[in-house]
Design a protein around this ligand. Structure first.
Ligand code: FPP
Length: 213
């Protein structure tokens, strides 16, 4: 969800306002799953490297997370959306962990999924999955995949990156092996369902060969 900081700067607002506006874009994704026929959208909310940011910004982000879970749980339920978390979320503050676990439980029956990556780093996820696979005696593509945080999510088809950045930044590296990519200059707070539709139209026109011919 890149570009919150730049959006705030463009509007001469404090950085936190960019994140706050970014939450509105998250909300529109919850509502868009069903109309767009999407089984799952995964949003990168906080990376394991984001701890390097100033403490003020980290606190703002955690505050937004708390508020979002509290205020938007009804939206999840009304839209039949299940919350999933990927990443080492249990290392977050205990009250957030408790709120997340309550939301996970209450939305568990949702037919579509909004996955949120929290304290997530893809290299760390792969290392954890490989270690678990090794403990169980077999390290292979299948056993690593089965131990990733995303094991119960559908395969990654389309990866969207906002704000003109052209890199993966430790997000879903394993899962992106054959994903289609879509890059846009649009900053996350300006990202609408219309932009997502644009990305999906581009995806629909692609020929996927998965290495075959
Ligand atoms: C990247 O923009 C955005 C983040 C690191 C935080 C995203 C988090 C939220 C929108 C809030 C909470 C999330 C949920 C799911 C409720 P940036 O700060 O790197 O912006 P820049 O690239 O313009 O500096």
């Amino acid at each position: 969800m890149d570009g919150n900081g730049r959006w705030a700067k463009q509007h001469r607002l404090p950085r936190v306002m960019g994140h706050r506006k970014g939450v509105e874009a998250v909300r529109s994704m919850v509502r868009a799953l069903e109309p767009l026929g999407l089984d799952c959208v995964t949003l990168y909310a906080f990376s394991s490297e984001n701890w390097k940011r100033p403490q003020d910004e980290i606190s703002d982000l955690m505050g937004l997370m708390r508020r979002f879970i509290k205020s938007d749980l009804p939206e999840f339920l009304a839209n039949d959306v299940r919350l999933r978390i990927i990443g080492d979320y249990k290392a977050l503050e205990p009250d957030i962990v408790a709120m997340l676990e309550d939301a996970l439980e209450r939305t568990a029956k949702g037919t579509r999924t909004l996955a949120v990556a929290l304290n997530y780093g893809s290299q760390q996820e792969i290392a954890r999955a490989a270690a678990r696979a090794a403990e169980r005696g077999e390290v292979s593509v299948e056993t690593i995949s089965a131990n990733l945080d995303t094991a119960d999510l559908p395969p990654l088809d389309l990866l969207v990156r906002t704000s003109g950045e052209l890199r993966l930044s430790n997000f879903l590296l394993w899962q992106a092996a054959y994903a289609e990519m879509w890059f846009t200059d649009v900053l996350w707070p300006d990202f609408t369902v219309g932009h997502l539709e644009e990305a999906l139209a581009s995806f629909a026109g692609r020929e996927r060969r998965f290495g075959g011919r």
